[in-house]
Design a protein around this ligand. Sequence first.
Ligand code: GLY
Length: 581
Amino acid sequence: MLWSRIKMVVHPRTKFFRWTLTPCPSVWRWIVVALLVVSFGWVGGVSAADTRGMVSSGHPLATAAGLDVLKSGGNAIDAAVAVGLTLGVVDVCNSGIGGGCLMLIHLANGKLVAIDGRETAPAAATRDMFIRDGRAVPALSQTGALASGVPGELAAFEYAAKRFGKKQWRELVQPAADLAEQGFALQRGYAARLQAEAADLAQFEASRAVFFREGRPLRGGEILRQPDLAATYRAIAEQGSRWFYRGPFARAAEQWMRDNGGLLTAADFAKYRCRIREPIITTYRGYTIISFPPPSSGGVHVAQMLNILEHFDLKALDEATRVHVLTEAMKLAFADRAHWLGDPAFARVPRGLVSKSYAATLAGRIRLDRATEVPTHGLPPNWRRDVFKKHTTHFSVADADNNWVACTATVNTSFGSKVVIPGTGVVLNNEMDDFSAQPGVANYFGLVGAEANAIAPGKRPLSSMSPTLVLRDGQPILSLGAAGGPKIITAVLLELVCLLDLGFSPEAALAAPRFHHQWSPAELMFERQLPEPLQAALIERGHRLRPLSSGSVSHLVARSADGRSFVGAADPRSGGQATGW
Ligand code: GLY
């Protein structure tokens, strides 16, 4: 589906923008803070450098699985698939074959491929399926039988591996099956997530059977063995994804749904196809930025914000003005997200959102001296404060042949719908909550949406996942992405600014404090308490501030400055790992 031409959005109350840029050395304060953060290790980031390949992911076992594949002759696409399948065993709170993914690939021959493994709504889904007594009921779209779309991750992984990989499919799946059988020690973070979701997981017998022992959720350090999931993986290793989409898994899912009031059917599974999309390509200060198109909003808005920011010399701005300008760009982009974005097969998403001329218009609306009100496109404001835990996962891989992968995968919120399909070990996503259940009503992430993201049969819910590749002189130098709902988009933006504008090292770029504004709620959220003077300067400009304890989680692989090796970095906020060889 082609995007329509942009219809310009009128923001009548926005004043003209004044150029009052003041060069200030305070950029060095950011650099020093980030370097100190890393060198004192109080956030414990993991980085590595090597020449033959690099993997960065959210779990050391997944990174090791990817590296094993590279070492045994696989390419970056094989390795990425092995990482993703392993994460589905050791980190199923974030992703798994019961969920979806978006995979962006730069092949050795320079070709770009964007594989959309996003979930689809069941054929029986209806626009108002989560409305009761006139109001959207979040519990229905977040937990249990109605919450899941048809998973897409496995279809995407199989397509990637069979089309672009070098290894046999079964060689990629079997090690993850073995790990599921043998078990692994739960990381503390995983155990905490299990504890936090225990009440919802406990509603479902098969979920209790996997994640509970003696009536309580497994604790950090205890061994999680998943024999059902191991059997599922083995069947998929031998029979491919048809076992899942057109075989025993689809039938088991239909049976469970029928018994529990769900809508998914075996026919929905049989109909599922991953889609090959045309990546979004823009430029930023001489670099080429490749990002993921709708049904993700991520690529559109990363590109849109970079296009806006090109009108400002971010490096020369004082710290408060730089944060202010970035925030204003975020607000403008998220206002458009709420109105325009949705599955392009159903909604007319204007291609002009990523045009340089539209960005110039928006940049012209940013005042340096105060926050502007970005008007609604007709949606009521909606406030929600209890959001922003960590979800989803991102991994990046590169190999010596110049294959690069950026893949973000998710079951949506922690443990998705909390439903394990009995006998399979597969946790189903709750991606139906990424639709706009009712125009103007916020979803789990506090995001509002419009008709463009309303529920329809077979439609893909709008995502924020933003796997991104950066090229210099036509050659890839960076693969990155993040987890964290809408904060994915702003985390990727901030990392790009840290790396491309401010010259941070990859570790420092991941460690730098993040901030986030998503237009609604009208709050500038910060990961950590800001220095008083910076807070005061932002409040002075009219921003409403709120400290944010839990941030996004990001992983990246980059070319070293001399171009000879790879540098990998794992987010210090989480227990991931980057390893090369
Ligand atoms: N489920 C989170 C996202 O796709 O944005």
